[in-house]
Design a protein around this ligand. Structure first.
Ligand code: NAD
Ligand code: AHE
Ligand code: ZN
Ligand code: ZN
Length: 369
């Protein structure tokens, strides 16, 4: 069949909106009509050419929601008409990783997913007779896409696609980093670096967890008001700090953060986030994704003296189990998504959506098909 999609034809090139060819679902696969998709900074990161796994031509997008239109042979847990959220971190419930209960990083299809193909090693997309790669197993910048059954979370039917698509990455990553990865407890002091689409969800996760101080750090002064709306108690703009940021934050939190979160993707701020954590017990969680060739560093003494460096993917969430619950939290008004979706657009305007992200004007742009 034909479907409308935004094609990434090469690193640093604007997306091209056109019709592509899509093959139907094979064994264990499901075709989904994507109703809405968010634009995550990671899509931009891959398009920019910084992603070591980035390959072109591809159809990007990994923050979607939609409806099952066809299931392939052997699919048991989904049927036509089900409402779903695609999962770039699937949950097979049978691989060593899933069974360990120690991680959400299901590895059942990780190798082929990273290569931009389905588990059988082939792509369902083509354009003008040439193969086009999938992205993060999702490719939500296509109106119709095909995914493995284990990479879809079934959600309730009254949830609005144009809002809950954000649970496909940003909301779950931010809130999950606090609850699943850091396990922030009541009364903790937290510092959040980067108040964009991820960081503001970390802020609301900290508020949900009952944190005491929730300090937000961002170079963009416009992020102060929104941060406060989501539970931030103190805003720090590094440009306004005299001297080093780390001692300033240690002083502000009276000894250091119990938990800090890096939501930028900058190896310098990753170091600052670790070093502002409390001596003896502070935990720093890396969420941001850094470009090819970049490395983190700190004095080992920072770890010897009790700080812990951790990372998280998809907020430690097991998608098929946890995503429907997060949809319930939204529907029950326990979390706020609406105020973070600052811009909506048709697929035709997706490049403008990325411009708004780069300019720091949008928090989340959402394409509505
Ligand atoms: P975003 O562009 O919406 O937000 C980034 C924020 O960081 C902006 O508010 C910007 O002003 C601020 N910032 C930039 N440089 C800064 C600096 N030096 N000091 C302080 N603030 C600074 O991006 P996002 O969608 O929130 O994504 C954030 C990061 O998280 C990206 O690297 C993205 O790839 C990554 N990410 C990781 C996961 C995961 O599972 N680990 C999931 C989603 C996104
Ligand atoms: N492909 C990159 C890394 C990109 C990355 O870290 N992706 C995160 C999700 S970002 C979502 O916005 C992730 O889930 N990583 C775990 C995984 O298995 O991919 C690289 O550096 O090669
Ligand atoms: Zn993302
Ligand atoms: Zn698994």
């Amino acid at each position: 069949m034909k479907t409308k999609a935004a094609l990434a034809l090469g690193a640093g090139k604007p997306l091209v909106i056109d019709e592509v060819d899509l093959e139907g679902p094979k064994e264990g696969e499901v075709m989904v009509e994507i109703k809405a998709t968010g634009l995550c900074h990671t899509d931009w990161f891959t398009l920019s050419g910084d992603d070591p796994e980035g390959a072109f031509p591809a159809i990007l997008g990994h923050e979607g929601a939609g409806i099952v239109v066809e299931v392939g042979p052997g699919v048991k847990s989904l049927k036509k008409g089900d409402h779903v959220i695609p999962l770039y971190t699937p949950e097979c419930r049978e691989c060593e990783y899933c069974l360990s209960r120690k991680t959400n990083l299901c590895q059942k299809i990780r190798t082929t997913q990273g290569q931009g193909v389905m588990p059988d090693g082939t792509s369902r997309f083509s354009y003008k007779g040439q193969k086009v790669l999938h992205y993060m197993g999702c490719s939500t910048f296509s109106n119709y896409t095909v995914l493995p059954e284990i990479a879809l979370a079934k959600i309730r039917e009254d949830a609005p696609f144009d809002k809950v698509c954000y649970i496909g990455c940003g909301v779950t990553t931010g809130v999950g980093a606090v609850i699943n990865t850091a396990k922030v407890e009541i009364g903790a002091n937290c510092v959040v670096f980067g108040l964009g689409g991820i960081g503001l969800n970390v802020i609301q996760g900290c508020r949900l967890a009952g944190a005491n101080m929730i300090v937000g750090v961002d170079l963009n002064p416009a992020r102060k008001a929104l941060g406060e709306k989501f539970g931030m108690t103190h805003f720090v703009n590094p440009k306004d700090v005299q001297g080093d940021l780390v001692p300033y934050l240690v002083d502000l939190t009276k000894g250091g953060a119990d938990y800090s979160f890096e939501c930028i993707g900058n190896v310098k701020t990753m170091r600052q986030a670790l070093e502002c954590a409390h001596k003896g017990w502070g935990v720093s969680v890396i969420i941001g994704v850094a470009g090819a060739g970049q490395e983190i560093s700190t004095r080992p003494f920072q770890l010897v003296t009790g700080r812990v460096w951790k990372g998280t993917a998809f907020g430690g969430a097991r998608g098929r189990t946890d995503v429907p619950k997060i949809v319930d939290w939204y529907m029950d008004k326990k979390i706020n998504i609406d105020d973070l979706i600052t811009h909506t657009m048709p697929l035709q305007d997706i490049n403008k959506g990325f411009e708004l992200m780069k300019a720091g004007t949008s928090i989340r742009g959402v394409v509505i098909y």
